[in-house]
Write a protein that binds this ligand. Structure first.
Ligand SMILES: NC(=O)c1ccc[n+]([C@@H]2O[C@H](COP(=O)([O-])OP(=O)(O)OC[C@H]3O[C@@H](n4cnc5c(N)ncnc54)[C@H](O)[C@@H]3O)[C@@H](O)[C@H]2O)c1
Length: 468
């Protein structure tokens, strides 16, 4: 995928927010009349917009122009037929003409896999150059909406940059660009257009965002407005999540069958849990999982499957993924160069004194082996509380953990301030407001494993997290 080297230079101007009143239904050109574009033509026509469909394939130009879907898609023929009959929909092979006679251009050309496995943006590039050339002769503010699935950076680094170059105009001022991911599913595309799982708008400027929000208003009165790159990545992450769900359910199926258990019943019960299973729970980037249950049960399921001759690559990979998260925390702490490190939060989560498989202990064991001096605070684990049973668990861990169990009691301090006072850098392991307060005026490197200081400049020290 080709992202411009000087991408920053083409970052659109962030115009000050000016409330925009958009009274008319803008005329819309739709470039690319494949699965996404043809559905867009029919559905936007159904919402009363004047639509001009554009494709380089004359067969699709003819089909859509005659009110026929170029592929099988429930309900689409009728929508296209209606739009053509009412005079709202026409098609052409002439991109420049389509841009000239419309206010907004939706781009839905293909983004196939490139030879190197990345995203082939050639079709987007060609369309961007064509739109830019057309805008050279157009005085009105034109809005371009990219609907293709693309890697983050493509909208601004490829689409916007090429349009600006070809048009000799400024993004966010003379024209606006937005990435609006398409979430339709083939086979239910018309239904999904009218009832999308969400509507996400990442726009270069408020005027563009307002124009697009107005177009989608009949379907989604409350769209999610976000950064362009966030909108781009959401689409990819969504699809990876859906693929993860498919593979997870299939692994449960294979495991269940090998044990004579009805997988459908297992997943029926699983899906009834909307508190922890089908919910936001566990879905925020943070630190590694740990504690007395997750690591043990993941190992148990892998073992069961192995014993039954069942391959579960997804489940088997979880421990490796978790180890990478722990290694990344260690790398960030080592990168500070600090020889005295404070640890704020010890247990695998706040509110418990359970140290079993707490992932921060692995980091601490490695730092101890490096000769780094450690001090630590945890609300639930103080020098005064009996620690013997917790330490017994730690002692039975791998070599480094056993050594850590001997020295851990001496590392404990009563307050976060005491830890900070004797440290050159700190690791924040729990999202505890007391840690926020204690670090508020302190200029030292902070490795934030829980996103307590995600807002830039929220503490004076240099702060870095694993996923942000
Ligand atoms: N198909 C889906 O279910 C789906 C869902 C969500 C997002 N997407 C994304 O939407 C994009 C389009 O997908 P699709 O399945 O509709 O692709 P598609 O291959 O069916 O259609 C792409 C169309 O673009 C046309 N085209 C190519 N270059 C052109 C140019 N220079 N000018 C005009 N037309 C041109 C092609 O002739 C083709 O008709 C892709 O990025 C895809 O990842 C697809």
């Amino acid at each position: 995928m080709l992202i411009a080297q000087s991408e920053e230079a083409f970052r659109p101007v962030r115009a000050p927010f000016v409330p925009v009143v958009i009274t008319d239904k803008p005329a819309i050109s739709v470039v690319g009349l494949g699965y996404v574009g043809a559905v867009t033509c029919g559905c936007l026509g159904g919402l009363g917009h004047r639509i001009v469909g554009v494709d380089i394939d004359p067969v699709k130009v003819s089909a859509v122009g005659e009110g026929r879907a170029p592929m099988h898609e429930a309900g689409l023929d009728a929508l296209l037929q209606d739009a053509v009959t009412t005079g709202l929909l026409s098609t052409t092979g002439d991109l420049a003409a389509a841009v000239a006679e419309t206010d907004v251009t939706f781009v839905s050309v293909g983004t196939p896999t490139a030879m190197d496995g990345g995203c082939d943006t050639r079709f987007i590039e060609a369309v961007a150059d064509g739109i830019g050339a057309a805008l050279r002769d157009k005085d009105d503010f034109h809005v371009i909406v990219l609907r293709c699935s693309v890697p983050p950076g493509t909208t601004n680094g490829v689409m916007t940059r090429r349009i600006a170059e070809a048009a000799g105009k400024r993004a966010g001022v003379d024209f606006g660009v937005a990435f609006v991911p398409e979430f339709l599913r083939e086979g239910a595309a018309v239904e999904d257009f009218h009832e999308p799982p969400k509507t996400v708008i990442g726009a270069t400027d408020p005027r563009t965002a307002a124009t697009i929000a107005r177009i989608f208003e009949p379907i989604e009165p409350d769209p999610l407005l976000t950064e362009v790159e966030t909108a781009e990545l959401v689409k990819l992450v969504d699809n990876v999540w859906h693929a993860t769900k498919v593979c997870f359910a299939n692994e449960v199926g294979r495991l269940s069958k090998s044990m004579g258990v009805d997988s459908r019943s297992v997943m029926d019960v699983f899906c009834r849990d909307t508190k922890l299973n089908l919910s936001e729970a566990y879905l925020r980037p943070g630190f590694a999982y740990g504690g007395s249950c997750l690591p043990k049960e993941v190992r148990a399921v892998s073992h069961l499957a192995g014993r039954n001759g069942v391959s579960l690559p997804l489940v088997d990979s979880l421990g490796r993924s978790n180890a990478v998260q722990i290694a990344e925390a260690l790398r960030l702490v080592r990168a500070t160069g600090a020889r005295r490190v404070g640890v704020l939060g010890l247990a695998f989560k706040p509110g418990t004194d359970d140290l079993r498989e707490s992932p921060i202990l692995e980091v601490m064991a490695e730092l101890t082996a490096d000769g780094v001096a450690l001090s630590a605070h945890d609300r639930a684990i103080t020098g005064r509380a009996p620690l013997a049973s917790q330490l017994a668990y730690v002692r039975h861990g791998a070599g480094g953990l056993a050594r850590l169990a001997r020295t851990l009691p001496q590392m404990l301090r009563d307050t976060p301030e005491a830890v900070i006072a004797e440290s050159d850098a700190v690791i924040v392991v729990h999202a505890d407001p007391a840690y926020r307060a204690a670090l508020a005026g302190v200029a030292m490197p902070v490795v934030d494993l829980v996103g307590l200081f995600r807002e830039e400049g929220s503490i004076p020290g240099q702060c870095e997290g694993i996923g942000w």
